[in-house]
Design a protein around this ligand. Structure first.
Ligand code: THU
Length: 160
């Protein structure tokens, strides 16, 4: 028997089409790229989260000369959220980036595999979906209604 895994997301032509809250969060993610420490890749990722208590926090990628010790912006952000507000769910995360090739910046980037796993854990922990807003410095914006849409057929605590 053949089965299908389906995943949906919304596409917008620009940040102007977003509601005020998402627009503000994506602007903050763009700003957060400035705090990235990315001397090795020059790929600066910024992320901003809106928490259920209204707090907004930010994160950016932090690299290391020992490459695997580097951490993606999304996991820096979720670690901060969990440390500062351990009992507050994350409602929405926006992710943006800067790249040395300016022609790249119109295209949204999506979280890497390890970050998807981390996002899913956060969602399951609070039994609440995390919306994800993806956008470059300009151009199209994608909204994924829940982080787990990015990780079909996943591994989680129920498998242990
Ligand atoms: N990076 C992130 O911060 N988030 C992602 O989802 C993809 C990749 C970072 C890791 C590394 O510092 C740089 O981007 C290049 O891979």
């Amino acid at each position: 028997m053949q089965k299908q895994l389906l995943s949906t997301y919304e596409e917008y032509d620009s940040i102007e089409e977003l509601n005020e809250s998402d627009r503000d969060l994506l602007m903050k993610a763009r700003e957060a790229t400035r705090s990235a420490y990315a001397p090795y890749s020059q790929f600066k990722v910024g992320a901003a989260a809106k928490l259920a208590n209204g707090e907004i926090i930010r994160g950016s990628n932090q690299e290391n000369a020992s490459f695997p010790a580097g951490i993606c912006a999304e996991r820096v952000l979720l670690s901060s959220a969990s440390s500062f507000f351990p009992s507050v769910p994350v409602e929405t995360i926006a992710i943006s980036y800067q790249h040395k090739d300016q022609n790249h910046l119109y295209k949204p980037i999506a979280p890497c595999g390890i970050c998807r796993q981390t996002l899913q854990e956060y969602e399951l922990r609070f039994h609440q979906p995390i919306r994800i807003v993806l956008g470059g410095m300009n151009g199209k914006v994608y909204i994924i209604p829940r982080a787990s849409n990015l990780l079909p057929l996943s591994f989680d605590s129920t498998n242990l």
